[in-house]
Design a protein around this ligand. Structure first.
Ligand SMILES: [Zn+2]
Ligand SMILES: [Zn+2]
Length: 132
């Protein structure tokens, strides 16, 4: 699957299908998410989010607990730390927190800069509704 933002390759998350989505894809370049299948959409493409609202905090399994890193994929933080059992915490990663990782924030800025202005509108990305 190709990303609608730039046409770059996406990778599929190794998560089981649910009622809400059959497949979850992320762009390797701009990290835009695309959800395939589910109850309401054939393809759902959530709109652009600013860098400080886009990432989940990594659960600090094997990470020093005094620094908060942003979770990016499988086993990696935004700043590139790799730990086998890492997972997203379900909570937003807040870069303005005192203990937020600076390298994560830098990487978040780089990824944010890859989004063209034209793709940042609420309806810039096109979702396909399921015909019922
Ligand atoms: Zn992309
Ligand atoms: Zn980090």
């Amino acid at each position: 699957m190709e990303c609608d933002v730039y046409g770059r390759a996406m990778w599929r998350w190794p998560v089981p299908s649910t009622v809400w989505e059959e497949e979850l894809w992320s762009c390797s370049w701009c990290h835009a998410a695309t959800h395939v299948g589910g109850e309401w959409f054939e393809v759902a493409r959530p709109p652009y989010l600013p860098a400080e609202m886009r990432w989940e905090r990594a659960v600090p399994d094997g990470l020093p607990a005094d620094v908060s890193h942003a979770f990016v994929i499988f086993d990696r933080t935004l700043c590139g730390i790799q730990e086998a059992d890492m997972s997203p915490s379900g909570h937003l990663w807040l870069p303005e927190r005192e203990n937020a990782c600076g390298a994560c924030w830098e990487a978040a800025g780089v990824i944010d800069g890859r989004w063209p202005q034209a793709m940042r509108g609420d309806d810039a990305r096109v979702s396909v509704a399921r015909r019922l």
